[in-house]
Write a protein that binds this ligand. Structure first.
Ligand code: C5P
Length: 227
């Protein structure tokens, strides 16, 4: 039997920096990347486009099974496709994020996405970014990171990201929306946002990307995942 593909899981709340850290780590190692939040966002966007009722659980689960998704990454650009169209920016709006956190609370949708997510684990390795990567999707992962940061810091980071993209944003509204999403993600019955028992918790408040990445790389080295 061939050795299992190594997986590093990076879980945490919105704006904790997991996307940035996961992308940087995958690039450094030449590993694949799973942005599982993008999958939930794609289900939400697809539901909106198909004009599903917001509480149509089976309809959303059907879309989660049937939708054709594509992730392409070059050195400085990533492209996410839904049923043959580029939706990279369309899925990043706060409205789609809110909708994603609603559909993500339904076990039927989570089950529909489970095998899709596991299929991302291909040699030489996978960095999996999400909320339940270490607890549900890849419970055997040899390195699990749980990244946190204060609500203020997470709202400020999201605010700066949006400003950089030229979008209008209000810091207090963002802070409220992130708190609302956290509340839903932490308190839902299905795969709530929680650190796996064997996860290493890193609080990134006051740390820059390089400092967090250095910690993760050192942890991987200690576990012989890379040299
Ligand atoms: O990470 P991102 O903000 O793109 O995720 C959008 C939403 O998808 C989250 O608020 C969360 O509710 C849901 N999600 C999830 N499980 C994951 C990834 C994301 O429930 N593994």
């Amino acid at each position: 039997m061939s050795a299992p593909v190594p997986v590093v899981t990076v879980d945490g709340p919105s704006g904790s920096g997991k996307g940035t850290i996961s992308r940087a780590l995958a690039r450094r190692c030449g590993w694949h990347l799973l942005d599982s939040g993008a999958l939930y966002r794609l289900v939400a966007l697809s539901g909106l486009e198909h004009r599903l009722e917001p509480d149509d659980i089976e309809g959303h689960a059907r879309l989660a099974r049937a939708m054709a998704v594509g992730f392409e990454a070059s050195t400085d650009e990533e492209r996410i496709c839904l049923d043959g169209r580029v939706v990279t920016d369309a899925i990043r709006t706060e409205a789609v994020g809110q909708c994603a956190s609603r559909v993500a609370a339904w076990p039927q949708v989570r089950t529909a996405l489970l095998e899709r997510q596991r299929a991302f684990a291909r040699a030489p390795g996978l960095v999996a970014d999400g909320r339940d990567m270490g607890t549900v999707v890849f419970p055997q992962a040899p390195l699990k990171i749980f990244l946190t940061a204060s609500l203020e810091e997470r709202a400020r980071r999201r605010y700066n990201q949006l400003k950089q993209k030229g979008s209008d944003a209000s810091l207090s509204a963002l802070s409220r929306e992130i708190a609302e999403r956290d509340e839903r993600d932490v308190h839902r019955a299905a795969a709530p946002l929680i650190a796996a028992r064997d996860a290493v918790v890193i609080d990134s408040s006051g740390l820059d990307v390089a400092a967090v990445l250095a910690q993760v790389i050192e942890l991987g080295r200690q576990r012989a995942l890379w040299a």
